[in-house]
Design a protein around this ligand. Structure first.
Ligand code: NOJ
Length: 548
């Protein structure tokens, strides 16, 4: 039996909503979203029912990687506003009961950060060892075969000092040397700077990358790599990510967080489940949650997802709180990956699974990827490695608030930094708010139900076997005390009937609490449940007391 709700922290009970600040709401009129824009939309977020917002980076930055290249960790980029705007955002969010999570980018700084400018200035500069500098290989050339995530070698030669520095991403994003205790202390103080201001937690960028092999060994070739794939995958990341020493450093971050009440760390980690769960740390002294990206990375079919849910649940350490993510600023939107009708089923999955859901802005109205013409490309990844579909602009386009020119993101006279979707006159908040069966209405109803029912936000998860011949269904029960909800999801576009296998103790006698079509609430169920194509239902099961 799960512990009562009051024994769970806000980040366990609640729902996280990711805002990509450049694309949420442009208040200043320059075509780029900003903090006053986010403040304007806090009432919307409260109405939607989420609990915490995560802001992608808002710090001063040359914007080579749109903010993931930080040149000052303790200020706000003028594009987004000022520290005073940030304090107002925090106060206004807190006044509405919303938590605020910042993006912490520890792996690398901008090459314009004063630390790197110093480090780069001479071999004897006291900050030289704050970054990863190496001599050329004996015959000349880069020290080893490590590749950048954004294409090409991960080493950049500096003529004036005659050494290479390591950059896991762009050359404008040199990696910090986390083996250096001075770097650790400086970065821990960055955390304290924001914690003292009142932020509630951090999403930690590529946390599993921050320590590299101390012997700088070559990465092994990836036997599964095929030309035409992301060139970074030609080699395995054996010596540049998920190194054993990383856990001590994360433990150090966690200690800083624990100096404060009720704050949290969620780590960005793309690793198989066996490796992922090690990031909870020994005895839970790592991140509070390592992001679980399986719903993004695996293929969308019932068998695969059912098995993944079971495997993930079984792999969690006793102190590990689960979480699920459907989309983010680095991956194609869910409505484009699986189609808009099926994305409603995905919404029900995300919001009924055990574990903290993280939503991506715009997914709640069913936004799709926006095609980006070559001359509109902004993302440096697409510019470096063009034509392979790796660019991330399509999922970063402006939020669609209403049907007016500019979609309520920016004034009509202003050119947004990325193009608006062509469907914004129908797919937008204002239109969908007034439509009782819209995507937005579905999200809002799902969120309201999850919030109202401890079974759904903190309850136990019990997988229900689905017979092999109805392979496109996923079924599970969420339970707290005598409240039980059966969730049945049809991952196909064909009608399916769900009958629990004879061996299962799960009766289906109950009442439909919600269908993804939002048109059969209150319907009684008995014996079996008929589902339309692309339909999911939540059935409130009759309690044991009323069904002796
Ligand atoms: C992961 C972030 O999510 C991505 O947007 C960024 O480009 C890289 N880390 C580098 O910071």
């Amino acid at each position: 039996m799960p512990a009562p709700a009051e024994q769970h922290e806000w980040w366990q009970r609640g729902i996280v909503y990711q805002i990509y600040p450049r694309s949420f709401r442009d208040h200043s009129g320059d075509g780029v979203g900003d903090l006053p824009g986010v403040i304007e939309k806090l009432d919307y977020l409260q109405w939607l029912g989420i609990d915490a917002l995560w802001l992608s980076p808002i710090y001063p930055s040359p914007m080579a990687d749109f903010g993931y290249d930080v040149s000052d960790y303790c200020d706000i980029h003028p594009l987004f506003g000022t520290l005073a705007d940030f304090d107002r955002l925090l106060a206004e969010a807190h006044r509405r009961g919303l938590k605020v999570i910042l993006d912490f980018v520890p792996n690398h700084t901008s090459d314009q950060h004063p630390w790197f400018v110093e480090s780069n200035s001479s071999r004897t500069n006291p900050k030289r060892n704050w970054y990863i500098w190496r001599d050329p290989a004996p015959g000349g050339g880069p020290p080893n075969n490590w590749l950048s995530n954004f294409g090409g070698p991960a080493w950049r030669f500096d003529e004036s000092t005659g050494q290479y520095y390591f950059h896991a991403f762009l050359a404008q994003q040199p990696d910090l040397n986390w083996r250096n205790p001075e770097v650790q202390q400086a970065m821990f103080n960055v955390l304290r700077f924001w914690l003292d201001r009142g932020v509630d937690g951090f999403r930690v960028d590529v946390i599993y990358h921050i320590v590299k092999d101390d012997q700088f060994r070559d990465n092994p070739r990836n036997p599964n790599y095929k030309p035409g794939q992301n060139p970074h995958h030609e080699f395995l990341a054996t010596y540049i990510a998920d190194r054993p020493e990383v856990h001590d450093i994360i433990g150090g971050m966690r200690k800083v967080i624990d100096e404060y009440d009720s704050r949290m760390l969620v780590g960005e980690i793309y690793l198989p489940v066996e490796r992922l769960v090690t990031y909870y740390g020994e005895g839970g002294q790592g991140v509070h949650m390592p992001f679980n990206f399986q719903l993004i990375t695996m293929s969308w079919n019932a068998r695969t997802i059912s098995n993944a849910i079971q495997h993930y649940e079984a792999s969690l350490p006793s102190y590990g709180w689960p979480n699920w993510v459907l989309g983010n600023h680095d991956n194609s939107r869910i409505a484009s990956r699986i189609g808009r009708p099926q994305a409603r089923v995905a919404a029900m999955l995300l919001l009924t699974l055990r574990g903290t859901p993280t939503m991506y802005y715009g997914d709640e109205i069913g936004m799709s990827d926006v095609p980006i013409a070559p001359e509109q490309v902004q993302d440096p990844f697409e510019k470096n490695v063009p034509g392979l579909g790796l660019g991330r602009d399509p999922e970063r386009t402006p939020m669609q608030w209403d049907a007016t020119p500019g979609a309520g993101f920016a004034r009509s006279s202003v050119q947004p930094w990325l193009p608006l979707a062509s469907d914004y006159s129908t797919v937008n908040v204002v239109t969908e708010r007034d439509d009782p069966t819209s995507f937005l209405s579905l999200y809002r109803r799902l969120i309201a139900l999850r919030r109202a029912e401890p079974a759904l936000h903190i309850g136990a998860h019990e997988q229900v076997a689905t017979p092999a011949d109805i392979g496109e269904l996923i079924a599970y029960v969420r339970r707290a005390g005598d409240r039980r909800f059966l969730v049945v999801l049809n991952l196909s576009d064909q009608p399916q009937a769900f009958t629990p296998p004879a061996s299962e103790a799960t009766p289906v006698t109950g009442r439909v609490a919600l269908s993804t079509f939002l048109d059969r609430e209150g319907e009684s169920t008995q014996g079996k449940i008929e589902l339309r194509g692309n339909e999911g239902v939540i059935v409130e099961l009759r309690s044991a007391q009323s069904n002796p």
